[in-house]
Design a protein around this ligand. Structure first.
Ligand SMILES: CC(C)(COP(=O)(O)OP(=O)(O)OC[C@H]1O[C@@H](n2cnc3c(N)ncnc32)[C@H](O)[C@@H]1OP(=O)(O)O)[C@@H](O)C(=O)NCCC(=O)NCCS
Length: 152
């Protein structure tokens, strides 16, 4: 399987939206987030990937012209350093294309882009029960030692 990882483009909108929020099988379906993310939020998220003035990015994994996965990331200031940090927000590989190294390639792509943006400190979070993702994360990252809290 020859996979190309590249920045998302306008022409990817339909295919990316399917990977993002298809009711049968998608990233939001996986996270049970279909009813939490409005159509407007999805539109806004996509358009921000393409806005050069907003530090929100996405890359897609493509095989023979078909999108089989994506990753999103953003950069933000960091009080401890002059270099901004990179937060990897969403990662998804369609079920039929898993276990072929695509998830790893998407993360490694973000590492490369983060270096180019001079924001090499890349971090992300996952759910405790997402053991499948963690099998990959232990190969490409280290546990931060921090727990994530949110406002109730
Ligand atoms: C998590 C996800 C992105 C991984 O994508 P993927 O393309 O299947 O991942 P990869 O094939 O690159 O990962 C393979 C790595 O995990 C390891 N791995 C996978 N299954 C394993 C298993 N059963 N036992 C041991 N290691 C395993 C492999 O050894 C491999 O490491 P290697 O590259 O050194 O060989 C994908 O499963 C997915 O989209 N899941 C649903 C959404 C999700 O959970 N997203 C992440 C949210 S934080």
């Amino acid at each position: 399987m020859s996979v190309v990882i590249r920045p998302i483009e306008l022409k990817d909108k339909e295919a990316w939206t399917k990977l993002w929020c298809d009711p049968e099988q998608s990233y939001l379906e996986f996270y049970k987030g279909l009813d939490k993310v409005t159509k407007e939020a999805t539109e806004n998220t996509f358009s921000r990937f393409l806005d050069p003035n907003i530090a929100s990015y996405a890359a897609v994994a493509e095989v023979n012209g078909e999108l089989i996965g994506f990753v999103t990331y953003l950069t933000h200031i960091y009080t401890w350093s002059e270099q901004d940090k990179t937060y990897l927000g969403d990662l998804y590989v369609s079920p039929n294309s898993r276990l072929g190294g695509v998830g790893r390639k998407l993360i490694e792509y973000v590492y490369g882009e983060a270096d180019k943006l001079n924001c090499p400190n890349v971090y992300w979070s996952t759910q405790f029960e997402n053991h499948r993702a963690q099998l990959l994360y232990t190969k490409v990252g280290v546990k931060s030692g921090f727990l994530l809290y949110r406002r109730p």
